[in-house]
Design a protein around this ligand. Structure first.
Ligand code: FES
Length: 87
């Protein structure tokens, strides 16, 4: 499990192992556009301001993944205990 923090509001959400960032935020009424929900289309790409994503998508290039400044909340997770998202 890890946490995501929304930069705009400071709200913090716990992401349990069995749920995606997208699901948890969607349930809280935080809308992120999504389509495939499998890491393929890139619709959900969200900027990461702090923390290290664990990329599980097939959309970002290797260089984009290595930059760690965005991730796909529909399927990717975190290596750090918290990600701060530009939301
Ligand atoms: Fe398609 Fe996330 S919704 S990559």
């Amino acid at each position: 499990p890890f946490e995501v923090e929304l930069a705009s509001s400071g709200q913090v959400f716990q992401i349990p192992a069995e749920r995606t960032v997208f699901e948890v935020l969607d349930e809280a009424g935080i809308e992120i556009e999504s389509s495939c929900e499998q890491g393929v289309c890139g619709t959900c790409v969200t900027r990461v301001l702090k923390g290290t994503p664990e990329h599980r998508d097939k959309f970002l290039t290797v260089a984009e993944q290595a930059a760690n400044n965005c991730f796909t909340p529909c399927c990717s997770r975190a290596k750090s205990s918290r990600l701060v998202l530009d939301l």
